[in-house]
Design a protein around this ligand. Structure first.
Ligand code: UTP
Length: 289
């Protein structure tokens, strides 16, 4: 079996972000800021550090700020230069000409549909999917750890994280086979199983390495849980045809699509900073008594 390298990453960013209204009425959810960086930038940095060469954003109406964030900001840069200010903090964001690639989803029909919208750009190659509203903190980062594992086993490698049993009805859940360190064989997948019926408490977080054949399955546009075209259902059809593993990340996950997770991420990352950490810690301690 030859294991093709993972060079491309899809960032589905066409969702409506209704749980964060009114913040997300005119601003993409993925531009919400944790300390001083928008969520999308954390995900892009994670992908680039993991060796990804081509960034593919699946966008929709009202997502222009995402495109501007990775572009030249002529007025800002000219003014900063004239004032003798360092551009270092924004130069790292700017991508090469021709990158990222943007495709449009038109209608938010589900994560599976968003991924399928990138099929022409992905072509015949394995690819990663990163959901930017899930902020992953660890070293090496989550995708890098997954790419390293993928280079051993090939096929499909998806994140696998333990959640409390009463939370399994919110996520895609893995039916586990043999475990070998951080890798767990996947024998079945189910999206949002009814309470009490989950095959395990291993949920799929927003990190995936998938083979291009999943696009042919998504071609059928079958709907699943919530009437959405589910990526989980399409991935489940690859089990038995290709190697399929879950990978348990050695690090922390913050669900920033949810208000509580978003505040926790801000607090955790602020406390870890040398510049603002001491002041935030003193304030939190005083507040909490
Ligand atoms: P979420 O399930 O968090 O959906 O999608 P959402 O619509 O953005 O948020 P809420 O639930 O209304 O608050 C997970 C990721 O998949 C993308 C979202 O942009 C987010 O990054 N997504 C989801 C799409 O790109 N298209 C879709 O049709 C659905």
């Amino acid at each position: 079996m030859t294991i093709k390298p993972v060079r491309k990453a899809i960032f589905p960013v066409a969702g409506l972000g209704t749980r964060f209204l009114p913040a997300t009425k005119a601003m993409p959810k993925e531009m919400l800021t944790v300390v001083d960086k928008p969520l999308i930038q954390y995900a892009v940095e994670e992908a680039l550090e993991a060796g990804i060469e081509q960034l593919i954003f699946v966008t929709g109406r009202g997502k222009g700020a995402l495109e501007d964030h990775f572009d030249v900001s002529f007025e800002l840069e000219t003014t900063m230069r004239a004032r003798g200010k360092s551009l270092a903090v924004i130069e790292t964001i700017r991508q090469q000409p021709g990158s990222p690639v943007y495709v449009r989803q038109q209608e938010p029909l589900g994560l599976g549909h968003a991924v399928w919208c990138a099929r022409e750009i992905v072509g015949d190659e394995p690819f990663a999917v990163l959901l930017p509203d899930e902020l992953m903190v660890g070293s090496p980062n989550f995708l890098k750890q997954m790419v390293d594992a993928y280079q051993q086993v090939g096929g499909n490698v998806i994140g696998a994280l333990e959640v409390a049993p009463e939370e399994t009805n919110k996520y895609g859940i893995i039916s586990p086979g043999q475990r070998d360190g951080a890798l767990t064989e996947v024998t079945a997948l189910v999206e949002k199983p009814a309470a009490g019926s989950a095959p395990s408490n291993l949920m799929i977080p927003g990190r995936y390495i998938l083979q291009p054949e999943v696009m042919q399955i998504l071609d059928a546009k079958e709907t699943g849980a919530g009437g959405e075209i589910q990526l989980t259902d399409a991935m489940a059809k690859l089990i038995g045809r290709q190697p399929f593993h879950g990978f348990t990340f050695n690090g922390e996950r913050f669900d920033c699509g949810d208000k509580t997770g978003f505040i926790m991420a801000n607090l955790a990352l602020a406390l870890a900073r040398d510049d603002i950490g001491p002041a935030v810690r003193a304030f939190a301690q005083q507040r909490l008594g």
